[in-house]
Structure formats: structure tokens, C-alpha cells
Write a protein that binds this ligand. Structure first.
Ligand SMILES: NC(=O)c1ccc[n+]([C@@H]2O[C@H](COP(=O)([O-])OP(=O)(O)OC[C@H]3O[C@@H](n4cnc5c(N)ncnc54)[C@H](O)[C@@H]3O)[C@@H](O)[C@H]2O)c1
Length: 330
């Protein structure tokens, strides 16, 4: 990597999260947004106008550009492998939206292609860049809570999210993986057993609940749902609880520190990607600042690829448990 102060970036996939990333990459001084690729022509046209960048319908064309150092892959999870392998072969560093892939086998393929082609790879597990989760991890790591006895993670969304995704993914890949990753990160222990169940009353997946056991004997429950009422006052209600032998800690993502009452009560996002002072801020900006800085200055990523793969292996175990209707060993 040549020593430079600005990372030239292309974004592949200009949907929900791709547009947010493009906006951050356009706004931060460490990156230059060179181009966006999306099969949807209206998406790329709009992005090109908004950010003054080039646009392509085929990501392969974007990858041919010599002036692009890194790509953000923001495609639906079932389309992560092919563009990642192509990007690695084109010598582009890769920021991959979570989950790295749908299966461990595919994830390993992405990792090995990145290594073989000597490009950097970071998976966007956003909560590692959230001050609440990062501080919780630090405190657990320093031993402040003692030995973990039990944990609980939860991420519930109103029903509309299922409508937007039209059954193209599982809630474990789309939302659950965030909490699975921070749970495994904070536990610092291997999971030995998982028992997962889903309920299908309205959609194929209305909720997925799981109970897991760690090698230390500690247990954790995971609660994921896309069944909250449409008019729920926040788009995401997530929580994390860790109880140890010497203390306990809680994160409640419903109460953001700002409540607004106009047409009903709302709790606007103050952490993930809030917009203020004319810019997109929060965890998403922290994540891209870290990615660009680490690539430009050859620093280690805060998010190891093997952790991203472990999160996918946990999901595979949840699916196996749901299929078999009983706990499975890992
Ligand atoms: N970090 C987060 O908080 C967060 C939030 C949402 C989504 N995500 C992740 O981001 C990824 C994308 O999710 P999304 O909600 O933005 O999806 P989306 O459906 O809103 O956007 C995907 C875009 O990819 C485009 N596309 C599909 N196939 C393509 C191809 N072959 N070439 C070029 N463009 C193609 C589509 O036209 C669409 O514009 C997923 O992996 C998801 O899990 C992460």
C-alpha cells in the first residue's frame, strides 16, 4: 500500500446501508468516494448526482479502475462471495458488510482469497464501534464484572423490516449477527451448545430465540424478533445484559438519551448513524474512520476476520438446532 492520506473508495451496492456508507465516505477527509456500482440504474444515478462520483451498473467495471484502493461491499448477504473474490483478485482492500457470508465455507473462501491476493479485509460489525458496547467489552476484559455467569442479548424490530427485506434473508444474518458478535466478543469463551427455536405465525420467521452454553459453564439467551407493532417508537429495540461474579452491566438501546413527543413519542437514533451538523455521525462514521486509518497506515483492524467467521458458525448451529428441534454441540 502506497503511503497516502486519502483512501480512494468504491461502494458496491447502493441500497440502504450502501448509501449511508457512501455518504460517510464522501464526508470524511480520510476517504474519497470515487464510484458506486449497483444493478439498479436509478440508485446509481441518484448517488452520482448526490456525491458527484462515477457510477456503474456492473461492479466488475468499478473493480477495473486503477484509482480505487478499496471497496465497500454492501450487497445482500447471499451475494457477498463473488464480488469479494473478484475484488481481492483485482487487488482492492475490502470492507465487507456483515455477515461476511452465509456459511463458514463461503466465509473461509473470502478470507483465503484476501490473504492470497494480499489485500486487507474487515467485516463491518458495527457494534464494536459503538461507545456503549466497546466500553462494556473493556470493563469485562479488565475483570471488573468478575467471571461471567449469564448474559442476555436482544434485538427486536417493528414488522416493517420484514416487509422491506421480503424474506430474502434471515433475521439471524440481518440483525441477530450484531448481537451474536458482541456476545461472543464479550464472553471471550467458546460456545459449546446452542438450542434455538423460531416462531412462524405471520412470516417464516417472526422471532428466533436461543439459549447457549459457554465452555466456562456460563449461559446466554438471545432474543430476536421482527414482530413489534409498526408504530413502535424506535426502529430497533436492543438490549444487552451481563451478570458476573463481581458485578453486572446493562445496555438499553431503546432509551437513547433523547425523547421527542410530537405525533406520539419517539426515541431518535443517537448512536448508529444520527445526522447532525450536516453530517452522518455515530458508529458508522467511527467504523469507516477506523477502516480507512487502518488501511492507510497499515494498522491492525479492531475486527478480526476469524471473529466474523465464528459468528457465522454460531448461526449455522442455530439453523441446525431449529431444523433438528434439539440442542446442538459446537
Ligand atoms: N451494519 C449495519 O447496521 C447494517 C444495516 C443494514 C444492512 N447491513 C448489511 O448490508 C448488506 C446490504 O443490506 P441492505 O439493507 O443495504 O440491502 P438493500 O437491499 O437495501 O441494498 C442492496 C443493494 O444491492 C444492489 N445489488 C444487488 N445485487 C447486486 C449486484 N450483483 N451488483 C450490484 N448491485 C447489486 C441492489 O440493487 C440494492 O440497491 C447486507 O449484508 C446487510 O446485512 C448492515
Amino acid at each position: 500500500m502506497r503511503q497516502a492520506h486519502v483512501l480512494n473508495v468504491g461502494v458496491i451496492g447502493g441500497g440502504f446501508i450502501g448509501t449511508l456508507h457512501a455518504r460517510v465516505l464522501y464526508e470524511i477527509s480520510m476517504s474519497r468516494l470515487v464510484a458506486i456500482a449497483d444493478i439498479d440504474e436509478t440508485v446509481v444515478k441518484k448517488a452520482a448526482e448526490q456525491f458527484g462520483c462515477d457510477s456503474y451498473a456492473k461492479y466488475e467495471e468499478l473493480l477495473q479502475r486503477d484509482d480505487i484502493d478499496a471497496v465497500y461491499i454492501c450487497l445482500p448477504d447471499r451475494h457477498h462471495v463473488e464480488p469479494a473474490v473478484a475484488a481481492a483478485r483485482a487487488g482492492k482492500h475490502i470492507f465487507m458488510e456483515k455477515p461476511i457470508a452465509r456459511t463458514v465455507r463461503e466465509a473461509e473462501e473470502i478470507k483465503s482469497q484476501a490473504e492470497k491476493n494480499n489485500v486487507r479485509l474487515m467485516v463491518g460489525h458495527l457494534l464494536r464501534f459503538d461507545p456503549r458496547y466497546a466500553q462494556l467489552y473493556q470493563r469485562i476484559n479488565r475483570g471488573e464484572l468478575g467471571e461471567i455467569i449469564h448474559m442476555r442479548v436482544k434485538r427486536q424490530n417493528p414488522k416493517f423490516i420484514h416487509g422491506r427485506l421480503k424474506g430474502r434473508t434471515s433475521m439471524l444474518y440481518y440483525v441477530g449477527i450484531h448481537d451474536i458478535d458482541v456476545m461472543l466478543w464479550c464472553a471471550r469463551e467458546k460456545v459449546t451448545e446452542v438450542y434455538a427455536k423460531k416462531v412462524s405465525k405471520v412470516h417464516d420467521e417472526d422471532c428466533v430465540f436461543a439459549l447457549c452454553t459457554f465452555g466456562s459453564g456460563a449461559v446466554a439467551t438471545l432474543e430476536f424478533s421482527w414482530s413489534l407493532p409498526e408504530r413502535f417508537p424506535t426502529g430497533i429495540w436492543s438490549e444487552m445484559e451481563v451478570v458476573g461474579t463481581q458485578g453486572a452491566a446493562w445496555i438499553d438501546n431503546c432509551e437513547q438519551g433523547l425523547k421527542v413527543c410530537t405525533n406520539g413519542l419517539s426515541f431518535p437514533d443517537c448512536y448508529l448513524w444520527p445526522e447532525y451538523n450536516g453530517q452522518r455521525m455515530g458508529d458508522l462514521r467511527n467504523e469507516s474512520m477506523h477502516f480507512c486509518d487502518a488501511v492507510l497506515h497499515e494498522k491492525e483492524f479492531l475486527m478480526p476476520t476469524d471473529d466474523a467467521i465464528t459468528a457465522v458458525s454460531f448461526i449455522e448451529a442455530c439453523f441446525e438446532s431449529m431444523d433438528k428441534g434439539k440442542p446442538v454441540s459446537l
